[in-house]
Design a protein around this ligand. Structure first.
Ligand code: ADP
Ligand code: MG
Length: 586
């Protein structure tokens, strides 16, 4: 296409001037902004773009389905604070990527979905072009911002806008529409170079007002039973030292949301993870740091939160988040790094003799929380050491808990129903951003995309703990894991079905809707692509296989055979299932 466009130019002009085109300008714009990894699926009209990007030194990871590439890009954004890039073809490829873009937006992860698109003139007149679709219009309601670039000269600005929109303020997903014609458009190379934009300070610090900081401290100082809740926004912010210093100085118990686990170790003396119900119900002042009062926290009200009205302090970059579910008596709007630094500064005594509010004088409360926590941990301990065959969740997770303890820098990916809910509570995390999971939507299908991106972005070994159903959504990507030789160990908790493998259809020969083929051997899928497959039927076998995989770094899939009767319906969120009114009458 570039050549064709060249021929249209007057011959002398082509000789005199150095030229560039859309392909190269997009690549140069991405590289100029440090975006050097692309997750995607090749095809018309972006196949050549992928080749050229790879030739230019960009790492291009080709997936088997766009949704998985999209999830990879979204979590790359979370792990790096730079927008993860997902590249897809038009219409169907774009739609496949869109789920991940919406997921990124919902979870506040910075990501840019770049999709090739068909000819504007034909699409807009709906004349039936190849993969015809008005992608920009469709993407808009599902992301933070959506842009289309029509002219090569606008590529620099277009990509700069996409980057800023993705990472500034509350991070989120951005859609960038690149019509096929753009790639081959030719322009003067010098003018092209000048048109590129290096985004300066893409996510500027947002400093909280002094007043809001003082108000928050005053409320916290008045607490008798304080609680700090850390959310994945706090993990994203990479203000790890300041957050830890603040929590430790305050002396308050803290509760990590699932992806904030490890900001302080789950084994930290102030961690209230194992006393969750107690601290939610009994606390009087709750400080939220990068966590939303959505369904995952019962909207900040109702039975889980006890009878007494609480005072909420909330630190968030998004002003609209305040009062979204309950009254926030002390909103602190700003980026978490700046907010926590300001709180630490404001709390420090200025001169000798000034009163230091920290640690808060809450010894009795700490005693209550600690004894509840220790009691729960002790109750669980023997179950985690059981050697049952077939394995139950606790026996298998007890093994994985110890392995993660010995390998605290490995990244844990986790999805499923029972596999998710139980692993979240059982497996302790020791370092920030080492646990990535289903996120705000409780979505199934993130597994292999997350595992691949985690390995690529961090260079650390990855342990993906997957329900058999959850794994099915992205299972074909084990080929991708083998192709790029990634240090990923996938453990499938295979209980023959969704929630349980025991449902029976009483009216026909069809299997019940929630069961899979009994005795499936997922490990053979990995072997098909040259990876290591292991069938583990006991905790000991599981332990040996996972340790071998983590030591070797070889792509490994372990089929962990779990008792089909072991799980419970919908894991821990069975209460969200609607109940049939007729059932009651029967
Ligand atoms: P969790 O599910 O762990 O509770 P949420 O995704 O509900 O976490 O909440 C994350 C919150 O963090 C969002 O409200 C988002 O606006 C906020 N956030 C994300 N990044 C930052 C940041 N750098 N500074 C402040 N707040 C942030
Ligand atoms: Mg299952």
């Amino acid at each position: 296409m570039a050549e064709a466009a060249l021929k249209e130019k007057p011959a002398e002009a082509a000789e005199e001037r150095e030229l560039t085109d859309g392909f190269h300008l997009i690549i140069d714009a991405l590289k100029l902004n440090g975006l050097t990894t692309i997750y995607g699926v090749p095809g018309i009209p972006i196949t050549d773009f992928g080749r050229m990007a790879q030739a230019s030194g960009i790492r291009v990871l080709s997936f088997r389905h766009e949704q998985n590439a999209g999830y990879a890009a979204s979590i790359a954004g979370f792990l790096t604070k730079k927008p993860g890039i997902c590249l897809t073809v038009s219409a169907p490829g774009f739609l496949n990527g869109l789920t991940a873009l919406a997921h990124a937006t919902t979870n506040c992860f910075p990501m840019i979905l770049i999709s090739g698109s068909s000819e504007r003139e034909i699409v807009d007149l709906q004349q039936g072009d190849y993969e015809e679709m008005d992608q920009l219009a469709i993407a808009k309601p599902l992301c933070k911002a959506a842009y289309r670039i029509l002219h090569a000269a606008d590529i620099g600005i277009g990509i700069a806008r996409a980057i800023r929109a993705a990472v500034s303020g509350r991070p989120g997903g951005v859609y960038l529409d690149l019509p096929a014609k753009l790639f081959g458009q030719v322009m003067d190379a010098e003018a092209g170079r000048k048109s590129l934009v290096k985004v300066i300070d893409p996510a500027p610090a947002q400093i909280p007002s002094q007043e809001s900081v003082k108000r928050a401290l005053d409320v916290l100082k008045g607490a008798k039973r304080p609680l700090i809740i850390l959310g994945k926004g706090a993990a994203y912010a990479q203000a790890d030292d300041a957050i830890r210093a603040f929590v430790e100085k305050s002396g308050a118990p803290f509760l990590p949301m699932s992806m904030a686990k490890g900001l302080l170790p789950d084994t930290h003396p102030q961690c209230a993870g194992a006393a969750r119900s107690t601290v939610l119900a009994q606390s009087d002042v709750v400080m939220l740091i990068g966590a939303r009062l959505n369904w995952l926290l019962s909207h900040g009200k109702g039975k889980a939160w006890g009878t007494e009205r609480k005072k909420f302090i909330q630190i968030d970059i998004e002003p609209k988040e305040m009062d979204s579910n309950v009254e926030i008596v002390a909103p602190v709007v700003g980026d978490i790094g700046s907010c926590v630094a300001a709180l630490l500064k404001a709390a420090a005594p200025l001169k000798a003799g000034d009163e230091d509010p920290f640690p808060l004088k809450v010894a009795d409360w700490i005693k209550t929380v600690t004894s509840k926590r220790d009691e729960n941990v002790a109750k669980m301990a023997p179950r985690l050491m059981n050697n049952n065959v077939p394995m139950d969740y606790h026996g298998a997770l007890g093994v994985l808990k110890n392995i993660v303890k010995e390998r605290p820098d490995a990244i844990l990916v986790n999805e499923g129903a029972n596999t998710l809910d139980l692993a979240r509570g059982i497996i302790d995390v020791y370092q920030p951003r080492k646990r990535i999971d289903v996120g705000t939507w409780g979505i199934m299908g993130i597994g292999m995309g997350y595992a691949i991106a985690a390995a690529i972005e961090t260079g650390k070994p990855v342990l993906a703990v997957e329900g058999d159903s959850a794994f099915g959504f992205s299972g074909m990507e084990v080929e991708t894991i083998c192709r790029y030789k990634l240090p990923v160990c996938v453990v499938i908790f295979n209980n023959d079905g969704i929630y349980r493998g025991t449902d029976v259809n009483t009216v026909s020969d069809d299997p019940a809707p929630t069961v899979f083929v009994k005795g499936s051997r997922y490990d053979k899928m990995m072997e098909a692509f040259g990876g290591v497959g292991v069938n583990a039927t006991s905790p000991d076998e599981l332990k040996r296989a996972v340790n071998a995989a983590m030591d070797s770094g070889l792509p490994t899939l372990i089929n962990a055979v779990i008792d089909p009767a072991a799980g419970s319906e919908s894991g821990r969120i069975g209460n969200l299932n609607p109940q049939s009114a007729l059932k009651k009458k029967k």
